[in-house]
Design a protein around this ligand. Structure first.
Ligand code: SAH
Length: 212
């Protein structure tokens, strides 16, 4: 057992070193989170040995866990702060939430697929992330109960930025989402300011679609 932990630890260090070389991981505390979260616990047993390769991977219900470089990029863009309350749309494996759990105060992650709600909960428990609540439901409505949020991260391809998300986001908050349809979206970050919405585009990405 210990030997296997070491093996995964080495692979994880290599993954992090590669992401740093590419300039995708920059902040010290985000690097630490990537070193700490055992990604192999989130991919499902048979994929364990590929867990530290930089590509997206199948998880149950025909969904995917995003590639490490995408999780790194989105986490950096979210500018996580220790006191933040974060809403994630698309819990999937729970890996993105587990990374954020090391960086912020509280995360609510909404997942529409009942099987993945259980999958994410089990993975998060195994990894020891105690500040993540997995919510079953349609995340296009956000999650009213725990609003307002400092940050919102959407991890499925959305045709639009829904008003519900913008309403549930604090002034001064950030939202990041892959916006588009089919196999191509653009990674959009919105900063909600007193004067209105500031939008920035971080280029082409490919996520599984938001379903309703
Ligand atoms: N963040 C995840 C990756 C998720 S893949 C991870 O780290 O593993 C996208 C997820 O969005 C899938 O699990 C899919 O079931 C979920 N999803 C799709 N439509 C949704 C909706 N309307 N509300 C909530 N989750 C949704």
């Amino acid at each position: 057992m210990e030997e296997r932990m070491d093996e995964f630890g080495e692979r994880r260090e290599r993954m992090v070193a590669d992401l740093m070389t590419q300039g995708l991981l920059r902040s010290e505390k985000i690097i630490k989170a990537f070193l700490e979260v055992p990604r192999h616990l989130f991919v499902g047993g048979e994929n364990e040995r590929f867990a530290y390769a930089d590509y997206p991977m199948s998880i149950p219900s025909g969904q995917t866990i995003s590639a490490p470089h995408m999780v790194a990029m989105m986490t950096e863009l979210l500018e996580p702060k220790a006191e933040d309350k974060v809403l994630e749309i698309g819990g999937g494996s729970g890996y993105q939430a587990a990374i954020l759990s090391r960086l912020v105060k509280k995360i609510y992650t909404v997942e529409i697929d009942a099987g993945l709600v259980s999958f994410a909960k089990a993975n998060l428990a195994k990894s020891g992330a105690g500040n993540v609540t997995v919510v079953a439901g349609d995340g296009s409505k956000g999650y009213e109960k725990a609003k307002p949020y400092d940050k919102i991260i959407v991890t499925c391809a959305t045709p639009e930025i829904f008003d519900s998300w913008l309403r549930q986001l604090k002034t001064g908050g950030l939202l990041i989402a892959p916006v588009g349809s089919g196999f191509y979206q653009e990674l959009i970050r919105i900063r909600k300011t007193k004067k209105g919405l500031e939008k920035a585009n971080f280029g082409g990405v490919a996520f599984v679609p938001l379903r309703r």
